[in-house]
Design a protein around this ligand. Structure first.
Ligand code: A3P
Length: 291
């Protein structure tokens, strides 16, 4: 479909993010208690957001019992009226985004707001994004997996190159206000990941609440609930669709093996090794890739 993506500063964005909004990101006023949930598309954002909202509503933050929190729509979704809308929010804001570090509004960096970055192994991310391109009317159509993989490797996909995205964030991995969380770790031991998040956010949640949240966040439970929900385009937490049903596909680690030919794997691994050669995250991601 023509016109579903547009280029802004060399990166492809959905037309759901207006050029004016992207141009005015640096005029965004952050609050010191804002929390940002950052990811490259298809890394498990909805999974993670769901956990965060359950945590925020169940827990008490920094010893402020029953402090109220709102999970807003993504900062880059919509037009310039976005910042007015966010300004109206009188509760503590939890704001999702797919922006790279370079594009993140400068005030968020200056105020050192808490940021959680979610990483998923790039082969599964590519397969997941391939299906999203096929199923989501807000993304261009794509004929074959081979054609899509080529676009992915060149970074000619929505939000640009996976490599550039993660590398832009990795430079800030050790900043005290930034936490990295892995999709694969969440799948393996969700309660453990939840504990990391609560410690980072300063939220007190009991062991039994954590286990309950982990149960409510299983793929099956979330998929079933999404099927029952009505879509409200004003309440979307995803920058590319308000239809949550499009998000729950397989929810597995290692599904890439069903798509990559051995040649495609070799080409991918060569590029991965080259692009990630200075990355400390490379080993962890590599390990999750082979799991
Ligand atoms: P798959 O397409 O591999 O199934 P995002 O939310 O960033 O768009 O990411 C979507 C991916 O997260 C999809 O991957 C989706 O199935 C997976 N996902 C969503 N909820 C999940 C859950 N509760 N457990 C595991 N994976 C989940």
């Amino acid at each position: 479909q023509p016109g579903v993506l547009h280029k802004f500063k060399e990166t492809l964005f959905s037309t759901l993010s207006s050029e004016e909004l992207l141009n005015s990101l640096d005029s965004f006023h952050a609050r010191e208690d804002d929390v940002f949930l950052v990811s490259y598309p298809k890394s498990g954002k909805v999974y993670f957001n769901h956990i965060s909202s359950l945590l925020c509503f169940n827990g008490c933050q920094e010893n402020i019992p029953n402090a109220e929190i709102t999970l807003t729509s993504p900062i880059e979704l919509g037009d310039v009226s976005k910042f007015e809308e966010l300004k109206m929010c009188c509760k503590r804001r939890v704001i999702p985004t797919h922006l790279s570090y370079n594009m993140l509004p400068v005030d968020i960096k200056q105020k050192q707001c808490k940021i959680i970055y979610i990483v998923r192994n790039p082969k599964d991310t590519a397969v997941s994004l391939f299906h999203y391109y096929r199923d989501n009317p807000n993304l261009p159509g794509v004929e074959t997996w081979a054609a899509f993989l080529e676009l992915f490797l060149k970074g000619n996909v929505v939000y640009g190159s996976w490599f550039d995205h993660i590398l832009s964030w990795e430079d800030h991995k050790n900043d005290k206000n930034i936490l990295f969380i892995f999709y694969e770790e969440m799948k393996k031991d969700l309660s453990k990941s939840i504990k990391k998040i609560t410690t980072f956010l300063g939220i007190n949640v009991s062991e039994s609440e954590i286990n309950h949240i982990a149960w409510k966040s299983s793929f099956k439970e979330m998929k079933n609930n999404a099927a029952k929900e009505n879509c409200d385009p004003h309440k979307t937490i995803c920058a590319l669709t308000s239809n949550k049903n499009l998000v729950f596909r397989k929810g597995a680690v290692g599904d890439w093996i069903n798509y990559f030919t051995s040649k495609q794997k070799r080409v991918f691994d060569e590029l991965f090794t080259e692009k990630m050669k200075h990355s400390e995250l490379m080993i962890t991601i590599w390990y999750f890739d082979e799991m």
